[in-house]
Design a protein around this ligand. Sequence first.
Ligand SMILES: Cc1ncc(COP(=O)(O)O)c(C=O)c1O
Length: 285
Amino acid sequence: MKVIWNSQIVDREEVKIDPEDRGYQFGDGIYEVVRAYNGHFFGLDEHVDRLYSSADKIEMIIPQSKEEMKNLMIKLLNESDVQTGNLYLQATRGVASPRNHVYPDMSVLPTITGNVTAVPRNAQKIENGITTITEPDIRWLKCDIKSISLLGNIMVKHEAHKKNAEEAILHRDGIVTECSASNVAIVKDGTIYTHPDGNLILPGVTKIVWLKCAEELGIEVKEEPFTLEQLQEADEVFCSSTTIEVMPIHTIDGKKVNGGQRGKITEQLAEAFKLKIEEACGELL
Ligand SMILES: Cc1ncc(COP(=O)(O)O)c(C=O)c1O
C-alpha cells in the first residue's frame, strides 16, 4: 500500500513515526479528509485551502506549496487502486527533543502522512438518515482549526455509540453548534438554519457546497445560532460532511423528526449535492 510520507509517495512499511513526534505526544497537528469518487477528488481546492488555513492558525509552516500538496494527493490517489474512498492527510509539528510544550524553531519540519482507503458511498443512509443524541459541546474554543486533537469529539461520539445512536448533536448552553464529526442544520417553515462559521464550529467544505445548492434552488438559509428547542421543533434536521454528504437525521434523543422520513428540502439538497459530485467526478452508480 502506497502512502504519503513528507514530500514523497512510499510503501507504507517505509514510514517511521518517531516516539517524540509532536503529533504523537501533544496532538500537535492538523488534518484533512478528502473524498474521491470514480478516481477524482471532490472539493480538493477547498480542502487544501482549509489545511493551510488550519496551519496558519497554529503557526505551522508546511514546506510544500498548495499546488505541490494537491499534486502529491492526486499522485497518491492515482497510484492506489481506490476509485471511491477517502484520503486522510495529516501534518504534525514534527520531531523535537527533549519534549517541550513550546513550539520548536522553524528548522524542525512538519511530519506529513497520508493514506487512501476505499469507502463506498452510502446511498441508503443518505436517503434514510441516522439516529442522534444531543450532548453538551465539551470541546475547546478553536473548533475552526481541524486539529488532530479530537478527544472531545470522540468522547461525545462514543456517548452516542453507547446509546445506539450514530452521531451526537452538540450544544453550548442550549445553542446548537455542530455534530461530533459533521455540521448540522434545521429546516423550519421552508428556511434552513445553521450555526455561523467562527471559532465554535469547523467551516465545512460540504457546507460550502450545500449552501451554493440552496442558493441555486432558491431556498432561504439563515446562518445564525439556533437553540435546542428549535432543534426539537424543526420540520427537518440534517448533517453534512465530506464522508456522509447531506444526510438526514431521523431521530434525536429517541424522538422522530418528520415522522422518521427524509424531508423535502433535505432531499432537494442531497440530490443537488449529488449532481455537483457528478459534474466534477462523473456518474455515481
Ligand atoms: C467537527 C466537524 N464538523 C464539521 C465537519 C464537516 O466538514 P467537511 O464538510 O469539510 O467534511 C467535520 C468533518 O469531519 C467535523 O469533523
